[in-house]
Design a protein around this ligand. Structure first.
Ligand SMILES: [Ca+2]
Length: 397
């Protein structure tokens, strides 16, 4: 749209410059950013109109239409074997090479090496990923005109603070298109709170130091409540007598109680004693048509790194494979009807009209949507699957 309208783009660029001078600069100055730092950061920067989720100044935010028309990806796609195996085999070699620092980091923060290395591999390919964008262009554009611009305003101010405090030079401030920095892919506010100087050279270097990167990830997880000594979760078999609608972090039970309901580990081993005494949660990311898990509070700490069940599961699964060898999930991911996110959103609105909580009609079947589907199916005399399908979209959309 903007490419066809150079005049409009020029107009946006002019508005961006005005916003920088009249709006962002006073806020930056109030935080102790010098004029020199501010000018260096935004020298030659104009808004990048190719970034997603932008709203033209003066227009109101519309629902993310393009994303909505995207095909809904089956959960199993997230676990393509070459992706998981890349993280697990790459992770094992890093664990072997970095054993001493990883031991020290685990002693300090309580997070096991496999988890740290799995996140590192997932976020940046162990630091090998190309992270090419100018962070001030990305964060500045988003703070100026993104749908969630208030959040990005904090991030761009934090980015300026990173430079002002001497943590990093302007030219080294490269980010993903989402504004995430360095090997752990931290947003600037996370860098200021959680970046950690583990090698003791006086600088928390998440760009070029592997041990600083791993310690920073550990510090982030510890600060978000990682429970030392607990696992992330276990793949399980759930008998038909246990409803898939019991899923969710707000429906926890002692793991021994889940076991007494007939839930067993796929490995055939019992739950470890110290886990059995504590709370666990049912997780069925694809409802009845995929692997099921009993997860611990640490699973939800992983979701603090990236708000997605599948992300957290990827990290936990890869960490297990790094620590214990490559073993795929015991259950396979079933086939999923071809649906668009707009179909799922329509189904969610149908459930909402009938009083069910779907956690927002966003076109993504999170745990609130999955269990509401299960409850609706049970109420309507159907076998609960707890996952969207074409028939449900027809019945509820
Ligand atoms: Ca350092």
């Amino acid at each position: 749209m903007f490419a066809a309208l150079p005049a409009a783009a020029q107009n946006v660029t002019a508005q961006f410059q005005t916003w920088l001078q009249n709006d962002l600069w006073p806020a930056a100055r109030a935080r102790g950013i010098s004029q020199q730092t501010f000018n260096a950061a935004f020298n030659g920067v104009s808004p990048n109109l190719k970034l997603p989720d932008l709203v033209t100044p003066g227009q109101t935010a519309e629902p993310p239409r393009v994303q909505h028309q995207a095909e809904f990806g089956a959960p199993g796609n997230y676990f393509a074997e070459n992706t998981v195996a890349g993280v697990s085999s790459g992770g094992r070699s890093r664990v072997a090479r970095l054993q001493q620092p990883l031991d020290a980091i685990e002693r300090r923060f309580g997070v096991p090496a496999g988890i740290l290395v799995a996140i590192w591999g997932r976020e940046s390919g162990f630091g090998g990923a190309n992270i090419p964008h100018n962070a001030f262009e990305v964060l500045g554009t988003k703070a100026f005109m993104a749908r969630r611009k208030d959040m990005f305003r904090e991030e761009v101010l934090a980015a300026l603070e990173m430079v002002q405090r001497g943590h990093v030079s302007v030219s080294a401030m490269k980010s993903s298109w989402a504004g995430a920095l360095g090997q752990p892919q931290f947003l600037p506010t996370s860098y200021l709170k959680y970046a950690y100087d583990a090698d003791g050279d006086g600088r928390a270097d998440i760009w070029d130091s592997q041990v600083d990167t791993l310690a920073s990830i550990a510090n982030y997880l510890a600060a978000h409540g990682w429970v030392k000594g607990r696992d992330w979760g276990f793949e399980v078999t759930v008998p038909d007598s246990v409803s898939c609608a019991l899923e969710g972090p707000d429906r926890g039970k002692r793991i021994s109680e889940w076991a007494s309901m007939g839930i067993t580990r796929v490995s055939g081993r019992p739950f470890p004693d110290h886990e059995a005494r504590q709370e666990g949660y049912l997780l069925m990311p694809a409802g009845r048509s995929g692997p099921a898990f009993i997860v611990t509070p640490n699973f939800y700490v992983l979701k603090e790194y990236n708000e997605s069940d599948l992300y957290a599961l990827f990290v936990g699964h890869a960490a297990d494979r790094i620590a214990y060898g490559d073993r795929r999930f015991a259950s396979s991911w079933g086939s999923v009807d071809k649906l668009y996110r707009s179909d799922i959103a329509a189904m969610q609105r149908g459930l909402e009209r009938q009083g069910y909580d779907v956690g927002g009609a966003d076109g993504l079947p999170g745990f609130r949507t999955r269990r509401s589907i299960g409850d609706w199916q049970a109420k309507n005399g159907r076998a609960p699957t707890c996952f969207p399908d074409a028939g449900l979209v027809r019945s509820l959309g």
